[in-house]
Structure formats: structure tokens, C-alpha cells
Design a protein around this ligand. Structure first.
Ligand code: AMP
Length: 281
């Protein structure tokens, strides 16, 4: 049977209020579609931790700082629905753009500090777009629990901060990054890689895991990161946007690994921007 698909907020809310009246916990998985096993791991986590599961599919124009990227972003709703069918998803919310941004929409949610640097520095306006759409999706769905991937680590931290700051009554689950067999982090953008670039792309994860091992065995952070950067470029990446060690708690720059830190990277290959991160230690 087809999964119920809502394009409008009002009928979805009616459905959610009926579920809640029956005491059901509502879990939401926000996505931009073009679903892969990374997204499906969030759906599985939602299935295990909520009574009702809504997957949202919305390619959010406000979070694209590059018009070509928005145009080229894959849109595959029919095959997404087929992928979701075996998971017992209760509803898909794939809103019309006007349902998210009605005429005259004038509000911007901006989260300071955790948005500084990393993707925040390289994609102006991106995280305001993310924070604004996530706030809307949480308020529209009335999510009791929401599921985000650690693959977008800075995004996860931003969402945690905004939910705390705005007293949004939603619990947040961070889910581990799902990788292909060769350890490339799954991403909807991987489908845009040429065969040659796809073969080179795992160098990103290899470089950050080698850097982590070197840091943990006592090499200086600077030299470990320098080597990782040159390995990424040697593999065929055109550009390393950032490669940084950050404190896991507040995402501020750090040169200490006696408490949890994250090594985060963004690099471009064949015009496709890829990100990844790992915990250190
Ligand atoms: P997106 O459709 O790219 O906006 O991603 C929707 C959600 O899926 C976000 O919470 C992402 O962090 C998560 N996600 C994307 N790729 C992965 C992955 N490889 N592993 C785990 N979660 C992921």
C-alpha cells in the first residue's frame, strides 16, 4: 500500500493530532530526498524509537548558496517512496514550497557560535536556511523525536542548540555516519560524481582517519593535518575547503585531544563538494 503523502500542513497536523490523542510518540526524519542507506538508517532509528514515523522530503531553496547546486540537486520522489515502503513509514510530508515559505515570509532563524567557521564560513546563509526550515518542520509536524545524521555534524550541533534555545519540545537523536564499502560517506551528491571521481573520493575518509591515528600516536596536529590535506589533493580533489580539529562539545577550534574532538573536512572533486568527519579519539 502507498505511504500517505501530505503536501499541505493542515491535513498532516490533523493526522498527527489523532496519533497523539492515542498516546503515540511521533518521530520525524527530515530529508531533501534522493534517499540512500544513510537516510534509511535514520528511518530505522525512528522506527525503533517512535510509534509513528514521518519522513519529510523538501529540497529547501533557502539553504542553497549556489544556484547551480540547487538546480542539479537530485529529485527522485517516486524511487524515494519505493525505498521507504519496507520500513513501515506512516507518512511522507513533501510540502509545496508555499507551505514552507508562504508569500511575504520574513523570518530568519540564525544560530550564532556553532555556525561559525567550517561549512558556516564557506556557505554563506546555508545554516540560516537549515535552521529556519528545521524550525518550521518541527513546529509543523509536532515531532516528539527527530533524527539527524552525524555526517552533517555541524548541522546536528546547530539543531541541538536551536531546539534548546527556542524550547521546542522535541528530542534529538544523532545517528552515526553510514558509509559505502570503501568508506566513502553516503551522500545524495555522490550520484553526481564521475566514475573516476567516485573511485578517488574515499581518499577523503582515508586521509582523516590516518590523521586521527597520527594525532593519537603523538604527532603534532599541524603536521597530521598538513599530510592529510596533501593526500586529499594528490588523490584528485581540486580543493580542500577546510580540514580542522574542533572540540566536539562546542565546535570551537581546539588543539587538544584529551576530551572528545572531531576532525571535519570539506573538499571538492569534479565540481562536487563532499564533507566528512570523525571522532578523535
Ligand atoms: P539530506 O537529505 O542530505 O539533507 O540529509 C538528511 C539527513 O540524513 C540529515 O540528517 C543527514 O545528516 C542524514 N544523512 C545524510 N547522509 C548520511 C549518512 N551517510 N549517514 C547518516 N546520516 C546521513
Amino acid at each position: 500500500m502507498d505511504i500517505a503523502t501530505f503536501r499541505r500542513v493542515a491535513p498532516m497536523r490533523l493526522q498527527v493530532s489523532q496519533w497523539k490523542a492515542n498516546g503515540h510518540i511521533v518521530g520525524v526524519v527530515p530529508t531533501m530526498g534522493a534517499l540512500h542507506d544513510g537516510h534509511l538508517s535514520l528511518v530505522r532509528a525512528a522506527r525503533e524509537n517512535a510509534d509513528r514515523v514521518i519522513v519529510t522530503i523538501f529540497v529547501n531553496p533557502k539553504q542553497f548558496n549556489n544556484a547551480d547546486d540547487l538546480t542539479n540537486y537530485p529529485r527522485t520522489e517516486e524511487s524515494d517512496k519505493k525505498k521507504l515502503a519496507p520500513f513501515g513509514v506512516d507518512a511522507i510530508y513533501a510540502p509545496a514550497a508555499t507551505e514552507i515559505y508562504p508569500e511575504g515570509f520574513s523570518t530568519n532563524i540564525s544560530v550564532a557560535n556553532v555556525s561559525d567557521g567550517l561549512c558556516g564560513a564557506h556557505r554563506p546563509g546555508h545554516f540560516d536556511g537549515v535552521a529556519t526550515v528545521v524550525t518550521k518542520l518541527l513546529l509543523q509536524t509536532g515531532a516528539d523525536v527527530v533524527f539527524f545524521g552525524e555526517k552533517d555534524f555541524q548541522q546536528l550541533k546547530i539543531v541541538k542548540r536551536l531546539v534548546r534555545d527556542l524550547d521546542i519540545p522535541t528530542r534529538i537523536f544523532g545517528c552515526p555516519t553510514v558509509r559505502d564499502k570503501d568508506n566513502l560517506a553516503m551522500s545524495s551528491r555522490n550520484s553526481q560524481l564521475s566514475a573516476r571521481d567516485r573511485a578517488a573520493a574515499p581518499a577523503l575518509y582515508q586521509a582523516i582517519s590516518a590523521a586521527r591515528d597520527k594525532i593519537l600516536s603523538g604527532q603534532t596536529i599541524e603536521s597530521a593535518l598538513q599530510k592529510a590535506r596533501s593526500d586529499i589533493l594528490a588523490a584528485g580533489f581540486a580543493d580542500v575547503e577546510y580540514l580542522e580539529l574542533r572540540d566536539e562539545a562546542d565546535l570551537q577550534p581546539t588543539n587538544q585531544v584529551d576530551k572528545p574532538a572531531r576532525l571535519l573536512v570539506a573538499a571538492t572533486i569534479g565540481g562536487v563538494r563532499l564533507i566528512d568527519n570523525i571522532q578523535v579519539p
